[in-house]
Design a binder for this molecule. Structure first.
Ligand SMILES: [Mg+2]
Length: 438
């Protein structure tokens, strides 16, 4: 690893819910069987046996039990399967304990879900210590730090994690998904052709089933084949954003920005319980003042975090304890207190004084709130892409893209030869043959 590159860890708990349920049971009844050592699963309603499997033990996996399948189907495969119900209170407790340990290694911890986190280890003191001759591979930076985290979590919390190491979040995430459990893997850019390109497309983080299918129709079955593709061809088939994402990711390009929790707020809002009921009589004198104060507060919090928002929302609670809200989306994002206050005031006016407004119904206000969402800091946000990818494009749009793609394929094949396009130029495994199915 070069010294000027980022060092990103992705820490992922192995079968988190199952492991945590097993630990909880051992805590409550130390003499009981460890769920991890028998065919067991978390999921559904244990009494009625409805629902789906959300986690399974390694012995259950040997029976073919799969995450996401109905409980009844899993029981058919493995009649002795022990089912336990999810307990999110316990899961959150273990999750917090894990994050506490991770924070001892760096301040830059981005919790990606209840059981996984990215760590920016670029500034770690281990970097200086763990190098030099005479050290075993495991003792060299950054493996030494990863193994220490892995061992500590196991020893202190009782469950195992996989840790993936690379220069960006995408590659670290892919690496942590290699062989499990209790393992550390690297996936540096120069390892991408050997370790990542032979994998099937669906293993690429962020590639959903619909995208996988569309790529298959293009003859792209492995990540390497997508990497070798002309990005324009991917874009014309998948759309600009998704095409770019797939091509970049397949080539190991991704963000190294690890965002600590406080920077990740999805919305900003402030609320205030009014000291007296606000009605049409005192709104202009008392209520409006609160709206302006809250608007300025939200704006200054956003400014501090260097984010802007596109959507402004106002919230009120009426004397019958109901919440009402209105929102408006601006043409462009802002953190300007004047703009936010102006929008909030207009929304309040509509909500309170219009023909079907709250004040027309005789209600009074007990609480006022102002919020901003639709945040942007100008950087690329993967979540936006994922939700975007789930939306099926309109039929005519599809037709248009298909036509454009056919045209581009025609042009490209006259340039490179059709076989080269279908196979991908390099890197892919030998599955080129079955790519002709599509
Ligand atoms: Mg996990």
């Amino acid at each position: 690893m070069r010294n000027d590159e980022h060092c990103i860890f992705h820490v992922d708990v192995n079968s988190a819910f199952l492991s945590w349920s097993a630990l909880k049971q051992l805590e409550e009844d130390p003499g009981s069987t460890d769920l991890r050592t028998i065919p067991s699963a978390v999921g559904g309603d244990t009494a009625t046996r409805h629902g789906v499997i959300t986690a399974k033990s390694i012995p259950a996996k040997r029976y073919g039990v799969q995450t996401g399948e109905p409980v009844v189907q899993a029981l058919r495969k493995c009649p002795s399967l022990v089912l336990v119900r999810a307990d999110f209170k316990v899961y959150r407790r273990y999750s917090r304990a894990l994050m506490e340990i991770l924070h001892e290694y760096t301040d830059l911890v981005e919790q990606a879900s209840i059981d996984e986190a990215y760590l920016d280890m670029s500034g770690s003191p281990y970097r200086l210590r763990g190098s030099g001759a005479g050290l075993k591979a495991e003792e060299q930076w950054p493996l030494n730090a990863a193994h220490q985290i892995r061992e500590r979590v196991h020893r202190e919390l009782g469950f195992t994690v996989n840790i993936g190491i690379s220069v960006n979040k995408l590659l670290a995430k892919m690496a942590s998904d290699f062989e499990k459990p209790d393992k550390v893997h690297t996936l540096y850019p120069d390892e991408v052709p050997r370790k990542m390109w032979p994998l099937p497309m669906r293993e690429l983080h962020g590639c959903g089933g619909a995208t996988e299918e569309r790529l298959r129709q293009l003859g792209i079955c492995t990540i390497g084949q997508a990497a070798a593709m002309d990005p324009l061809i991917l874009q014309s088939n998948l759309g600009q954003k998704a095409g770019e994402y797939i091509w970049k990711s397949a080539n190991g390009i991704g963000s190294s920005a690890v965002r600590p929790q406080h920077e990740k707020a999805k919305s900003y809002s402030n609320e205030e319980t009014t000291s007296e009921d606000i009605s049409t009589d005192n709104y202009r004198t008392k209520g409006l003042e609160i709206v302006q104060r809250l608007g300025r507060k939200v704006a200054s919090r956003m400014e501090k975090d260097h984010v802007m928002a596109k959507t402004i929302q106002v919230i009120v609670k009426t004397d019958d304890f109901r919440r009402h809200s209105r929102q408006a989306t601006l043409g462009s994002a802002t953190a300007d207190p004047a703009v936010i206050c102006r929008e909030a005031e207009a929304l309040m006016d509509q909500m309170l004084f219009s023909a079907d407004g709250i004040f027309k119904s005789g209600r009074t206000l007990r609480l006022i709130g102002v919020g901003c969402s639709g945040l942007t800091d100008g950087s690329y946000r993967q979540m936006d892409l994922l939700s975007w990818m789930q939306e099926a494009p309109a039929r005519d749009e599809k037709q248009r893209k298909k036509k454009k793609l056919e045209e581009m394929m025609r042009q490209a094949s006259s340039r490179f030869g059709a076989d080269a396009i279908r196979r991908g130029m390099s890197g892919g495994s030998e599955s080129g043959a079955d790519s002709h199915r599509g």
